[in-house]
Design a binder for this molecule. Structure first.
Ligand SMILES: [Zn+2]
Length: 308
């Protein structure tokens, strides 16, 4: 139920194709093709190809037919380009702007990244807490002296209160990720308020701290809903680097995806819950930290990244 393609690019694509004929190229998967290779070939983001073809993993079969959306070209080395498009402001503006300009442009308390002039990154872990991966992740973070941000679901907090307490006691930041991970656009305002409020109460009853950061499941939220939650003091934390760790990809691939999207101010998405199958985020984590650190990045929590 937590498996879904990131919603980050979808609204943008819908915007871009509005009023135009949606054109797609048909492509047949060749031997040794990967989604990344096809993405490079057409200059179309992997997310878009995955969404267009409703792919649930990066595994491709030889001879498989894919539709390649051809309307949107992105400069794939520059995550800031995506931010600029998303926010509808020129790239040059994002590149020279301070944090305030970017977050002012993001309406209704939606936040995509921190200050692009500071070489800092926030690691975030979604969907926990639980008892398999969370303890290992916490050990690695402690050993590497990294503080991170965990977006937890109310139902998992209720099931693993001790683990939530440990996350809090280790000095990490905890955010609200709804009670049971619904797609927010499907909810009425009453249901929305309930899933957020019950989760906040569950977290507060254990940590004594009321979370003011919120991550919409699948990155999906209506403007109207963001506005409502923002008026209650929440900031909606999206992401700018997607590890795709839930897709069953190898640790090497997770590391390379995070490194590819790494850029000053980036918020990286990982998970500390996985229902079944391969999940190598724990294996990838030490390398992600070591390599980005060697590259000059500092790891901070989301509030540190986004507050001036
Ligand atoms: Zn989630």
């Amino acid at each position: 139920m937590f498996k879904k393609i990131s919603g980050f690019i979808i609204p943008l694509i819908c915007l871009l194709v509005a009023g135009q004929d949606a054109m797609a190229v048909t492509y047949q998967v060749q031997p040794n093709d990967t989604l990344a290779k096809i993405s490079d070939k057409y200059g179309v983001p992997e997310d878009d190809i995955a969404n267009q073809n409703k792919l649930l993993s990066t595994m491709l079969a030889e001879g498989q037919t894919l539709e390649i959306p051809s309307l949107y070209k992105m400069n794939r080395d520059d995550v800031r380009n995506r931010i600029a498009l998303k926010l509808g402001i020129p790239l040059a503006e994002v590149e020279k702007s301070k944090l305030k300009t970017i977050n002012d442009s993001a309406k209704n308390g939606m936040i995509y990244m921190g200050d692009p002039s500071e070489k800092r990154i926030a690691l975030t872990f979604d969907d926990g807490p639980e008892d398999t991966y969370t303890p290992e992740i916490l050990d690695i973070l402690k050993e590497k002296d990294v503080k991170a941000t965990f977006f937890v679901t109310g139902q998992h907090v209720k099931e693993y209160p001790e683990r939530l307490k440990q996350i809090h006691d280790d000095g990490h930041v905890i955010g609200n990720h709804t009670w049971d991970h619904p797609s927010l656009p499907d909810l009425s305002d009453k249901e929305l308020n309930k899933t957020i409020k019950t989760t906040t109460q569950e977290i507060e009853s254990i940590t004594g701290t009321k979370p003011d950061l919120l991550r919409p499941p699948f990155g999906e939220i209506e403007d109207r809903q963001a506005k409502l939650l923002h008026s209650q003091g929440y900031r909606m934390i999206m992401w700018t680097a997607d590890s795709k760790d839930w897709m069953g990809i190898s640790a090497e691939e997770i590391v390379s995806r995070v490194k590819q999207d790494a850029s000053p101010g980036v918020i990286a998405l990982q998970h500390n819950y996985h229902a079944s199958g391969d999940f190598e985020t724990v294996k990838a984590l030490p390398e992600i930290i070591d390599e980005l650190r060697a590259d000059g990045y500092e790891f901070v929590t989301v509030p540190t990244l986004i507050d001036e």
